[in-house]
Design a protein around this ligand. Structure first.
Ligand code: PRT
Ligand code: ZN
Length: 223
């Protein structure tokens, strides 16, 4: 039995759009997981590592605070957390280890199809990514007001809460179904493997090197 504190702790999304790609990656690396749907921790059976299965929004903080060693998370969630935490003076650093080539999407501003050629100036823009949106607005000198919503962003214009939205898009079906038209891509994202700052224990460091070598092999084979 490997001591828990010498295992690599890897924070991953418990269930959602990144879970399947994440589990496939570990499986392709030859790692067998002891996975129980209701359990937070999924230990590997043949590697000194364990997965911590959490909500994706918790992953950047777990890495930036040094509570987990590695994480798999979308760049959208990562960059939003970095901006938010940096602004509050909280730890906001991490190491970008590998781009994982799944979970691709874009964060885009969309307006009602009938307004889609009009200016954003003075508009309310509903979003779950107020920091990424505000940065983009400031860079372009556009005076618009981000309105924060954690869900159902695409219904905000119909509900009279905002004139536009800034949300993740992959196929574009959700925007079209809500009478919205994509207007500006403000951020492009995919899943990333990230690591905490600071040194790992020697055993953990050896496990990470081995994991990265396997990952590189898996990614090469997929090309
Ligand atoms: O429960 P938990 O907090 O862990 O999950 P969650 O519901 O917050 O996240 P989840 O599972 O929906 O998404 C996890 C990550 O997947 C995101 O942070 C992105 O990095 C990535 N991803 C890739 C996407 C999409 N594609 C995507 N299309 N995340 C969300 N969407 C949503 C989007 O918000 C919109 O509602 O899908 C809808 C649009 O899809 P299309 O195909 O209609 O354009
Ligand atoms: Zn989430």
């Amino acid at each position: 039995m490997v001591r828990t504190d010498s295992k690599l702790k890897i924070a991953v999304q418990k269930s959602g759009r990144l879970s399947e790609g994440t589990l496939r990656l570990f499986s392709d690396c030859g790692i067998s997981l002891n996975l129980h749907e209701a359990r937070l921790i999924a230990p590997a059976e043949n590697w000194p590592l364990e997965l911590l299965r959490v909500r994706d929004d918790d992953i950047p903080g777990l890495i930036m605070d040094g509570a987990a060693d590695l994480g798999v998370v979308g760049e959208n969630v990562l960059e939003e957390a970095r901006l938010e935490r940096g602004g509050m003076g909280a730890a906001a650093e991490y190491r970008l280890l590998r781009s994982l080539d799944f979970g691709h999407c874009r964060l885009s501003i969309a307006q009602r199809t009938e307004d889609a050629n009009g200016s954003l100036e003075g508009q309310r823009i509903a979003t779950s990514y107020p920091y990424l949106l505000r940065r983009w607005l400031v860079q372009r000198g556009i005076r618009a007001t981000p309105v924060s919503l954690t869900g159902s962003v695409e219904v905000a214009p119909r509900a009279g809460l905002a004139e536009a939205i800034c949300d993740l898009v992959s196929s574009g079906t959700t925007l079209a179904a809500n009478g919205l038209q994509e207007r500006e891509v403000i951020f492009r994202s995919q899943a990333q493997l990230i690591g905490r700052m600071g040194p790992l224990q020697p055993e953990q460091s050896a496990t990470l090197d081995r994991l990265l070598r396997r990952l590189d092999g898996v990614q090469k084979a997929r090309e």
